[in-house]
Design a protein. Sequence first.
Length: 333
Amino acid sequence: MGFVQGEGRTQGTLFPVCLEELIPDDHVCRVIDAFVGRLDMAGLGFERAEAAETGRPGYDPRDLLKLYLYGYLQQIRSSRRLESECRRNIELMWLLGRLAPDHKTIAEFRRMHREGVTAAGAKLVQLARSVGLVKGEWIAIDGSKFQAVSSAKSVREREALERYLEQLEQTDKQDEVVIDSSAVASALEKLRQHREPESDTLLCPAGQTLTRKQLSRKDRAVLYAAQPEVCGACPLKSRCTVSPRRMITRHLHEEALQRMQQRATPEAMRLRRSTAEHPFANLKYRIFGHPRFLLRGLRGAQTEISLGVAAYNLKRMRNILGGHRLTSMLRTA
């Protein structure tokens, strides 16, 4: 008995010649296309939302936003990988009309449009609220850590320079000492050139649960802290902000901590866990693939979180309403 045989490469077939026939009616690409198609790109702050009358034609920001939403839903965040997918992925061929932008164009779009991406995600949440998926009766807030691009060594050097300058300032206030101006200027220049001045280090690499005693100084991870607000009805992420990890503890005052402890009953904590932790796990390991940012700086981290949250909300709404129904709602709302 032989093996199952495929068709010959030179044999003619009745393979559909129209891309429309290859994409099911409830496919996520149709959801993305309908969502982006209803956005006022210029009003949301996207550049080149209207085609220029002169000069070389550019890519429509709608197409690049569709590309990134699809990419994050498929755990494809690299601009080079997205460029490759445009040339071989039938779903993206349908979504973009066979466009294949180069990786520099793809990366530049993400770098430039943090505010626009965040505003587009807010429009999706508004739609979810209008159809009753986000009721706002109660909101669960959680926090988690994402690894930054910078190495721990570069951040330790930055922190050492910050401590050095703080010590000089304190010494200058107390005693009359001679300060090497060239050394101070060099330290300030190094701080200015650091690519991620807001990132922070922690003695626990992302994705691991080791204690501080189990880790040496060289094992420090460079992290940002993300804090989402999750509606308890769906749950959908209504907002997610990124900040340096150290800012969270600085802004928690004693009175606020006491009020939080009073409300943190066992029932409330179980409800918070069941509401907020599941979306966060999906964002980190089903959308991002691994909890690590690709873009540098707080601005880049916020852009990635906004794209990831928008992709998560689209996926969640499609699972609840169904792809066909959600597409129809997006086209008619």
